[in-house]
Design a binder for this molecule. Structure first.
Ligand code: SF4
Length: 218
């Protein structure tokens, strides 16, 4: 791997899908605030995040596996990579037979279709493909609270979204930009709402416009 200090984190791709302003505040202003949701997610994440390899016959599971892509300039960790023996598969360290890889990302809460999770999973697969010269057509998202998993087809369209999201994030980071707040239902659950103040921003804008109109009328 090349010098990775400029590489985006895979988790930032997920945050970008939630709100670009949020990820920019964390990335460019280094702010953070915990909410009950983020604390619960972190605790569940810590529970499952224990780096190890499990092997049963011709099936393996790699937990907390570090991945990167020099092409996409991304780095991060896969929660779990499942591997099954396959002559068409790839050779990976610590395993003495070729395997077909299947990344699984853990999320807390109930099963829900969130595109940002699919983007993060697809980015993990793209890193693995580059590292081990293989192809990964599918992965899964495992919801720890409900113990259910959703399989995700890693389509060309999803891969394009990975590239586009990384491009947008890079332009925000390199330009030290903070996108404007757009108040939505997500703001009610956002742990950064006290710092972001999305309603104040819109009302302040409205106030300034009103002041400008009054000044023009006098
Ligand atoms: S409060 Fe809303 S606009 Fe502000 S960072 Fe959070 S989600 Fe984004």
């Amino acid at each position: 791997m090349k010098d990775d200090s400029d590489y985006l984190l895979l988790s930032q791709l997920t945050h970008a899908g939630y709100c670009l302003r949020r990820v920019a505040l964390v990335m460019n202003e280094q702010v953070w605030a915990e909410s009950s949701d983020t604390a619960k997610g972190r605790m569940e994440h810590d529970r499952v995040h224990d780096r190890r390899i499990e092997r049963r016959g011709e099936q393996i599971k790699l937990f907390e596996y570090e991945v990167y892509s020099d092409t996409l300039q991304l780095r991060g960790k896969c929660d779990c990579i499942e591997g099954s023996a396959d002559v068409q598969g790839c050779q990976i360290p610590s395993v003495d037979f070729p395997v077909k890889l299947y990344p699984v990302e853990f999320k807390h809460g109930k099963v829900r279709a969130e595109e940002e999770y699919e983007i993060q999973l697809c980015a993990q697969a793209m890193c693995l493909e580059e590292m081990f010269h293989t192809t990964i057509p599918e992965g899964a998202i495992f919801y720890t609270s409900s113990h259910r998993r959703l399989s995700v087809e890693l389509t060309e369209a999803l891969r394009q979204k990975v590239c586009k999201t990384a491009e947008i994030l890079r332009s925000i980071r390199d330009g030290y930009l903070i996108p404007k707040a757009e108040y939505s239902a997500k703001c009610k659950k956002c742990s950064l709402s006290d710092i972001c103040m999305p309603k104040v921003q819109s009302s302040a804008k409205h106030y300034c416009e009103q002041m400008r109109r009054e000044a023009e009328d006098t």
